[in-house]
Design a protein around this ligand. Structure first.
Ligand SMILES: [Zn+2]
Length: 325
């Protein structure tokens, strides 16, 4: 059987259990941290708080959490390793690049036909992260992450997608996107990835739960992808009641096998620090689904088997690397 990579080594897909497929442990910015440290960031305190958070999550039945913090969001695999070493939840690392517009200048001077001619460093990094380990550690990535937003498919964003498609085809590791559903741009993402030969069944169109446009969401799923209803608790964007109504409507239409549920929350994020979250988005944390949202779904008519499908079966199917063709 093909195994899924976690911070503590490979796991059989059946061991993954209830999975939150789109979350973040520490979202930071190393250059800002060096020069303009955030007043709320304390590495030791953040570690302790993440450890107790994942312990509580485990007691609520969650067994696996995918950390989609890639480059551009301050990925620090050693900091997350220190958490993973102490918690009973499987943590899965990811690779990719979070940019909706331009890459750092390094990538403009390095690559095929560029000033410092050679292979695309993005492809080299993504494949090495998946096959060898991230940043000199033995931690291997189990997911690829790409982004489009308002700026659309810029030259650099297209390059990231292309590199992710190549790495996906070489390794079988799935792709998750950050999309902006108000722009219906999950369709552009599918179009580009399909042109690059990616099987859309291996793609999660992330942040689809920000949308209430049933026709748009059905089209993404009919094209083969799973949609990420992955921002529960982000009530400053859309209240959970309305997110729940959309999931229930799609369940009634028979799409239980094409949706995954998560929060896009973080143990600590410099972008939206703890004091802001406590004030403006008090439900935006990883316990929101087990404590509050899953019961809302059940009261609205979702069955035990619908919940199991979305929380266990679908994440396992996606995370299990496809065998190379
Ligand atoms: Zn995210």
């Amino acid at each position: 059987m093909v195994q899924v990579q976690t911070f503590l080594g490979p796991r059989e897909p059946d061991e993954l259990g209830t999975t939150l497929i789109h979350e973040h442990v520490f979202v930071g910015h190393q250059e800002l941290d060096l020069n303009f440290p955030h007043v709320e960031w304390d590495a030791q305190q953040a570690l302790e708080s993440a450890v107790s958070g994942f312990e509580r999550l485990h007691s609520l039945g969650v067994r696996t959490v995918v950390d989609l913090t890639v480059l551009g969001l301050g990925r620090d695999v050693r900091a997350v390793q220190a958490v993973a070493d102490r918690v009973p939840v499987n943590l899965v690392a990811s690779t990719g690049y979070y940019t909706s517009n331009v890459l750092p200048a390094y990538f403009h001077t390095h690559g095929p036909g560029r000033l410092v001619d050679g292979p695309d460093p993005l492809v080299e990094m993504f494949v090495a992260d998946i096959e060898k380990g991230i940043a000199g550690t033995p931690v291997r990535a189990g997911m690829l992450k790409v982004v489009t937003d308002r700026e659309g498919l810029t030259e650099d964003v297209t390059r990231v997608f292309t590199a992710a498609a190549v790495a996906h085809q070489q390794t079988g590791v799935p792709i998750t996107t950050h999309s902006s559903p108000a722009l219906r741009n999950g369709l552009d993402q599918q179009d580009l990835l399909a042109k690059q030969g990616v099987d859309l069944e291996r793609v999660v169109i992330g942040h689809s739960g920000d949308s209430e446009d049933i026709d748009y969401l059905r089209t993404l799923m009919d094209n083969g992808s799973t949609i990420g209803m992955d921002r529960f608790g982000m009530e400053h964007v859309l209240p959970d009641e309305r997110r729940v109504d959309t999931v229930l409507a799609l369940l009634r239409l028979g799409y239980a096998d094409r949706m995954v549920l998560s929060h896009d929350a973080a143990c600590f994020s410099r972008v939206t620090p703890p004091s802001w979250r406590a004030r403006e988005a008090p439900n935006w944390h990883m316990e929101n689904l087990p404590r509050r949202v899953l019961p809302m779904l059940q009261r609205g008519g979702a069955s035990e088997s619908d919940i199991h499908q979305m929380m266990v079966v679908n994440p396992r199917r996606i995370l299990e690397p496809a065998t190379r063709s």
